[in-house]
Ligand binder design. Structure first.
Ligand code: AMP
Length: 181
């Protein structure tokens, strides 16, 4: 299964992706996690990405797309994947479409995790990640509204809505149910 997970920062996508990845037996590919691993290792990619991530802004698309392309080329992604945090713009969605078409593949669906802004801010402040201070959170929510939420219309019929308020288990059950699992 080839799925994209969509939703505002703090929607719990990462947590749900990890659970779904086990159930569906496909790798969880998170661009945020890949960036953080690169930052941790001090790679050139990490050094470049850090300034954007710390400010809550999007890392430039060419850098991000190159990283995604090489990750999708790894053997474990051949039979499917859960993409978490990519695409984040319509431009990135077009790049993903082209990448998949090169292998005669397409997305099976786009899970859209729906959650109110109040819950999102609460969750982000609770998890305490380095880029989870109030100013950065505000910037990331604005980036989501302006650049990422248009993907809901862009993907149209591929969108599968999941109500993402409640416990981790409840949301996971809803997500699986929406996929017919
Ligand atoms: P996340 O873990 O998905 O919340 O991502 C953390 C940060 O990584 C974001 O605020 C962005 O700075 C950066 N990032 C993650 N995915 C992307 C992407 N697809 N395009 C650009 N920047 C990204």
């Amino acid at each position: 299964m080839r799925l994209v997970l969509l939703g505002p920062p703090g929607a719990g996508k990462g947590t749900q992706a990890a659970l779904l990845s086990e159930k569906l037996n496909v790798p969880h590919i998170s661009t945020g996690d890949l960036f953080r691993a690169n930052i941790g290792e001090g790679t050139p990619l990490g050094v470049e990405a850090k300034q954007y991530i710390d400010a809550g802004k999007l890392v430039p698309t060419d850098v991000t797309a190159r990283m995604v392309k090489s990750r999708l080329a790894e053997a474990d992604a051949a039979q499917g994947f859960l993409l978490d945090g990519f695409p984040r713009t319509v431009e990135q969605a077009e790049i993903l479409k082209t990448l998949l078409e090169e292998n005669s593949q397409q997305l099976d669906g786009v899970l859209n995790f729906k959650v109110s802004e109040d819950v999102v801010v609460e969750r982000m402040l609770a998890r305490g990640r380095a880029d989870d201070n109030e100013e950065t959170i505000r910037t990331r929510l604005a980036v989501y509204r302006d650049e990422t939420s248009p993907l809901i219309d862009h993907y149209g019929e591929k969108i599968i809505n999941v109500e993402a308020e409640g416990t981790v288990e409840e949301i996971n059950a809803r997500a699986l149910n929406s996929l017919g699992k």
